[in-house]
Design a binder for this molecule. Structure first.
Ligand SMILES: [Zn+2]
Length: 288
C-alpha cells in the first residue's frame, strides 16, 4: 500500500517535471507559460498526447522527434526523473522523519508538503536555467520568495490559533513571543545569507556571483532557516570548488571562465533540506 502511494507520488512528480520542462523552454523563448500547445523545438510540429508521456515517450522515440527526426534534449527525461525522485523524497521525509518541518511545526502537514514540492520545483527550474544560461530567472525566484513569505507568516498565525500548540493564546489568536522568535528565524537566515552574497558581489565587483545568487541565497534562508542554511552554503561552496577543480583538470574551463553558482546553491539546498540537521550536529560536534 505504501509502495503504491509512493509510486503514485513518483508519477505525479514525472508529470510536474514535464510541466517544468515547458516552463524552462518558454522562459527561454519568451512565450507565455500557460498558453499554447507543446511543439517540437526544431520543426515546430504540434505534439500529440502520446509524444508527451514523461520519460516513456523519450525512450520510445529513441530521443528523436517523431516528425523531423532531430535529437530531443536529454533535459526532458532528466528533469522529469529528478522531479519524480525529489517528490518521493519530500513525501518520505515529511511523513516519516519530519525533518523537513521548519521550524518544528504543527502546521498542516499537507500544506507544508505542498510548500516544499513548490520550492523543489522552483529550484529545479533555477538549476537547469542557470546551468544553461548563467542567469536565474526573476519570475521564478520572486514568486518563490513571495510564496515562502506567505507560507511562513500564515503557518505561524495558524499555530498561534491552535489549541495546545504551546504558542500564543489560542483564544485570541495573537502570536506569542516564542512564536515570533520562530517566525523571525527564517527571515534572519534569509537576510544573513542574502547579505553574505551581496557582500561577495560588492567585493568581487560581480566577477564571480551575480544578483541572482543574492536572491537565491535569500530564498534558501526562508526555506531552510537557521542553522540549516549554514549547511547548505557550506555544501554549495564545497561542491562548487570540487567541480571547479575537476573542470580545470579536464581543461574544460580555465580559472577565469565563468561557472554558474546557482546549480551548486540548489544542490546544497536539497542536501541541507533532507540532512541539514545531521550535518550541523556533526560539524559542531567535530569542532567542540
Ligand atoms: Zn521535430
Amino acid at each position: 500500500m505504501e509502495l503504491f502511494f509512493y509510486f503514485f507520488i513518483f508519477l505525479f512528480g514525472l508529470i510536474v517535471g514535464s510541466f517544468l520542462n515547458v516552463v524552462i523552454f518558454r522562459l527561454e523563448s519568451g512565450e507565455q507559460v500557460v498558453r499554447g500547445r507543446s511543439h517540437c523545438r526544431h520543426c515546430r510540429h504540434i505534439l500529440e498526447w502520446y509524444d508527451l508521456i514523461p520519460v516513456l515517450s523519450f525512450l520510445a522515440l529513441g530521443g528523436k522527434c517523431r516528425y523531423c527526426g532531430k535529437a530531443l534534449s536529454v533535459q526532458y527525461p532528466l528533469v522529469e526523473l529528478a522531479t519524480g525522485m525529489l517528490f518521493v523524497a519530500i513525501f518520505n521525509f515529511q511523513f516519516n522523519e519530519t525533518t523537513l518541518y521548519f521550524p518544528p511545526s504543527t502546521f498542516h502537514p499537507l500544506l507544508s508538503t505542498l510548500y516544499f514540492l513548490f520550492i523543489a520545483s522552483s529550484l529545479i527550474v533555477i538549476f537547469v536555467y542557470d546551468l544553461k544560461h548563467y542567469i536565474i530567472p526573476d519570475k521564478i525566484i520572486y514568486s518563490a520568495i513571495i510564496v515562502s513569505v506567505f507560507y511562513l507568516i500564515l503557518g505561524r498565525i495558524w499555530e498561534a490559533g491552535l489549541p495546545g500548540s504551546g504558542f500564543g493564546s489560542p483564544a485570541s489568536g495573537v502570536l506569542g513571543f516564542e512564536n515570533l522568535i520562530i517566525l523571525f528565524n527564517p527571515f534572519i537566515a534569509a537576510i544573513a545569507a542574502g547579505g553574505f552574497f551581496f557582500a561577495i558581489v560588492l567585493i568581487t565587483k560581480g566577477a564571480g556571483m551575480g544578483g541572482g545568487d543574492v536572491k537565491l541565497a535569500f530564498l534558501m534562508g526562508l526555506a531552510l532557516g537557521w542553522p540549516k542554511i549554514l549547511a547548505a552554503l557550506f555544501l554549495a561552496f564545497t561542491i562548487g570548488a570540487i567541480c571547479g577543480i575537476i573542470l580545470m583538470l579536464l581543461k574544460k574551463k580555465n580559472f577565469k571562465s565563468e561557472i554558474p553558482f546557482g546549480p551548486f546553491l540548489v544542490l546544497g539546498t536539497f542536501i541541507a533540506l533532507f540532512w541539514g540537521e545531521e550535518i550541523v550536529r556533526w560539524y559542531t560536534g567535530y569542532l567542540f
